[in-house]
Design a protein around this ligand. Sequence first.
Ligand SMILES: [Zn+2]
Length: 413
Amino acid sequence: MKEEASVDFEEIEGEIELSPPEIYAANLIEWAVDQRASDLFVSDSENSVIIAVRRLGKVQTVRRLARDYGHKLQGHLRVLAGSDAGDMLRPTEGRGVLHTPNGSKVDLRLSTIPTLYGQDVTIRLFDPVRGTRSLTELGYDSYELEILRKMLDQPAGLILVAGPVASGKSSTLYAALDALNDESRKIHTLEDPIEHGIAGVMQSQVNHKLGLDFADLLAVVLRHSPDVIMIGEIRDSRTANTAIRAGISGQLVLATIHAKSAAEAIDSLVQYEVNPKFVARSLVGVINQRLIRTLCPACKRPSEKKANEVPERLKSRVPVSPEHLFESVGCEECFGDGYQELTCVSEILQNSSEIEQAIATGQPAADIDAIAKQQGMLSLAETIATRVLRGETDLKEAQRCASDPSLSSLEVS
Ligand SMILES: [Zn+2]
């Protein structure tokens, strides 16, 4: 990349480089939230300070600042988040609330780390309006919502949410809690970190400094007579065993787990030295999800190629074969990248007597996956295909999200 003292970035309206850093910081954060950015980075490079945002999952550099000014900005951002502005030698953390010039409120969490040329300041932005989406706003279609609601209606058991980092797992958990939070249930969450406050829910934060991990908190929460428990992540044997015991003994437990597919999530759980029979008995279902970018409705256009007929397994979801698929273009509305927002796509595995039997007898993930598909579960790639066929996203984005050869056959080559 070319090194310059400063490059204009017209889209940050109304700011002048010489404006005081606190005003610049407020404008920058407000602009980043308007752009629906999830993170803002202000990082030292060799000759300048680079501002970048993560928007729809991708990092975009937006401006380079002269080092002096960039450092003042970094210092001010650290003050905003209540972290020591002077100590550049040690990593710091902080959180704060910014009241933007247009009157809205943004929660931010800051982390800094010393780097070769100075420091990297990373700010996660939590827009309260976007943070509390309901189940219907996550991007699930009516079939998927029906399955999810059925799972959440269970009085007890374990619901797992799987997927890599930044696959929207916490949005799904928050939305599920929102659906359950009707004052008829006592709900506790164990989180690391707490991303949003939810009225009426007891939220507790894992505290590594005090040696309080998920397993410690879970043991305590069980004495508080909960109906629903949300566990930020199952990542050790103690948490896994306690969560399953809670699921069997009458609580509904929601948790994320690291796994690549719904069936593998069951495997991951068993790996934590858990009796497979208890997993089989307590499991309600697994949601394995990713985030996909939807096409900007203002500029998307039909592809020149013809679409193939809808695959047999998807016909109940997409009854009419489209003539063409759609593809991204880019316009002012979508800041030129052709996509509008990130939504959830998922494969949802529901426990059944056959699956319960397979788990209890230690069958491999591939067999459990096969049973679930035979019972109607759409794989991640098949779910993504429904979004492509409905013109909600394009093949390029679909293939980025799931590299599955079946996707390219949706279109006549
Ligand atoms: Zn557009």
